[in-house]
Design a binder for this molecule. Structure first.
Ligand SMILES: NC(=O)c1ccc[n+]([C@@H]2O[C@H](COP(=O)([O-])OP(=O)(O)OC[C@H]3O[C@@H](n4cnc5c(N)ncnc54)[C@H](OP(=O)(O)O)[C@@H]3O)[C@@H](O)[C@H]2O)c1
Length: 322
């Protein structure tokens, strides 16, 4: 089998592809022939040693994998050879063959391609958790989404539209804004030229109900001020740095700041997370959400894929296709 390996924490360009012996199959495992591995912004941080949890090298990055069952362990009865499955592996996903406990796999609806299946779970589960578990987002509310042309931002636009929110999508390129429009954004804002806070306030008639913020930094700080009365700032991520959200601006207009950490919560509440996964898969089956088809890169180009994400060149998502 082939695996992308980070032998030393450092630049993403130093990732290499290595040949490895096939892993042994336990009685509760399935062996997957991998057809797509999702690529996420955080995996670049892990490789560089800049992620909040330092993973000791050598390791193989990659969380999200789709593959077909080529072999199953003696005890596995509910997964079939040939069946297509998704699995969230945490790390170790940039490979062409994978052995995992069958219980951790999720069958995918036919509506999704392999690429979509490998790139939507993180983004959409984060969004669904944020909008349904952390707050009760509902029909008619306005939501400003930052970084709305890729990853978790684009998923939030799509989910917001499914929930009947009126979404303002802020993104830096026309290609990204176009993707957001296609996923139901009511308005788009050019974050490279416009004053996002001022424009969002104007579009929201004085303020917005929700700010969905995977970007942080100065933009995140400014956009707290776009919130109207009792509006909620959802803290999702910090690609532009950790924002210093001013407490006086939270007090004014009775605003709320709500933290969102889907991964940790999912680990602590596996049953409740399974219910969220089932709800999101139902949204796919019912045609209410439309995960983007990712840009395909070969395994050997994992470093280039991570660099393109880090430098904001990707509209939508990226998948490695072994
Ligand atoms: N809270 C959670 O549970 C959770 C779950 C998953 C991910 N996250 C976090 O969400 C964040 C976004 O992840 P993602 O997968 O959506 O990433 P992504 O696909 O790379 O998208 C990030 C977007 O942020 C914008 N951006 C603005 N300033 C940037 C900068 N300095 N560097 C890079 N991008 C910048 C870019 O859009 P423009 O070019 O349009 O500005 C880019 O398209 C990450 O911090 C990740 O850790 C959080």
């Amino acid at each position: 089998m082939r695996a992308v390996v980070c032998n030393e924490l450092g630049p993403v360009e130093d990732l290499v592809v290595e040949e490895r012996p096939s892993p042994p199959l336990g009685p509760d495992d399935v062996r997957l022939e991998v057809s797509a591995c999702g690529v996420n912004y955080v995996e670049g941080l892990m490789v560089q040693g800049r992620y909040q949890v330092k993973i000791p090298a050598p390791f193989t990055p990659g969380m999200e994998v789709v593959g077909r069952v080529v072999e199953r362990g003696a005890q596995v009865v509910d997964r079939q050879v040939g069946q297509r499955l998704f699995v969230d592996v945490g790390i170790g996903g940039y490979v062409d063959e994978l052995v995992v406990p069958a219980a951790r796999t999720v069958p995918l609806p036919d509506e999704l391609t392999d690429g979509q299946g490998a790139t939507f779970m993180q983004s959409y589960l984060t969004g669904w958790f944020a909008l349904r578990e952390r707050i009760d987002a509902h029909h008619g509310q306005t939501m400003l989404v930052l970084g709305a042309g890729s990853g978790v931002g684009l998923a939030a636009v799509d989910l917001g539209d499914a929930l009947g929110l009126r979404v303002m999508a802020a993104a830096s390129s026309e290609e990204k804004r176009q993707l957001a429009r296609h996923r139901g954004a009511t308005w788009v804002i050019d974050s490279s030229t416009e004053d996002v806070k001022a424009r969002a306030r104007e579009l929201g008639g004085g303020g917005v109900d929700i700010v969905y913020d995977p970007v942080g930094g100065e933009l995140g700080e400014a956009c707290l001020r776009a919130l109207g009365d009792e509006g909620t700032h959802l803290v999702i991520g910090f690609v532009a740095g950790i924002p210093q959200l001013p407490a006086n601006q939270v007090l004014l207009r009775n605003r709320r700041v709500v933290g969102v950490e889907w991964g940790g919560w999912a680990g602590r509440h596996p049953e409740r997370n399974r219910a969220l996964v089932a709800e999101v898969l139902d949204l796919v089956r019912n045609g209410r959400i439309h995960p983007v088809e990712p840009h395909p890169y070969p395994l050997a180009d994992a470093g280039r894929a991570l660099r393109d994400l880090a430098e904001r060149r990707v509209a939508g998502k990226v998948a490695l296709v072994p």
